[in-house]
Ligand binder design. Sequence first.
Ligand code: NAD
Length: 301
Amino acid sequence: MTVGFIGLGNMGFPMARRLADAGNDLVVYDTRSEILDAATTFGATAASSPRDVADRADTVLASLPSLQASTEVATGVLGGTRIRRFVDLSTVGSTVAQHNRQQLAAHDIAALDAPVSGGVGGAANGTLAIMVSGPREAFDTVAPLLEALGRPIFVSAEPGAAQTMKLLNNLMAAATLAATAEVMVTGVKAGLDPQVILDVLNAGSGATHASRDKFPRAVLPRTFDFGFATGLMVKDIRLYLQEARAMELPTGVADAVARLWETTVEREGPESDFTSVVKPVEDAAGVIIGGPGPSATDRAL
Ligand code: NAD
């Protein structure tokens, strides 16, 4: 089966590779020509535009970094001679998903919003959680394809419902990472060893994905290379707030979380890794968590 894939970034590239490894003929497109060349190493054919992909594949998947790119690509595939299904794996919020769905439906293209969770590691290992909304029939058709990427979960037939689900998930991820950053800084400032703090959190009720995975892998070694850009996390928090406010719901916790992330994107830049959220907290406290050397308490500034 020929499958189209548009957007070969941190997430898209490993996902496309898995689809190729599962035996699909892949036609790929990205605005960066160097990444298109790299995709030919796993057997993908480079296309010249989203429309070119849509002329060659029945099912086109996309993993894009912004609302604008997602709408551009959804518009770009309209009129493709082969395309029957468009599966957007990007996080774009329910309004954009509904808008894209309308455009695609007018051209008899079934649209599924299918945002993912599980990070670059999940994309490489095929262990993503894939939240899907849209026509059930289209979901049933693409489910075997999505199984090469992780676990597809049908959220609802309602357009945009999976996007809302994804925003709930990412607000949780943003909040726990921000909270972990604050407690780690507090602990180190109080003289505790950061590795011991993580060990205790992870053995107790304070354990989160941030303490189990993000801090040990990207903060303590000071690599800040977990693979998700701060700008993308801020996009998702803003989308969450937009949707919650549109429903006139309380956002006290989300507002506090958003403040730290807005400071981080301003100071560290949108391309920084999202684990950089600890840096403004460290600066305010005058400590650095982890890094080479004997113990963090020795390095308290
Ligand atoms: P990324 O910036 O690494 O990759 C995006 C890719 O899209 C790039 O290769 C870029 O060149 C390409 N692109 C941009 N505009 C394009 C266009 N108009 N046409 C074709 N290609 C275009 O982003 P990412 O981290 O891979 O994230 C992709 C999506 O997945 C985002 O919506 C993000 O929120 C979501 N997501 C990311 C992660 C993660 O851990 N990185 C986890 C879950 C969900």
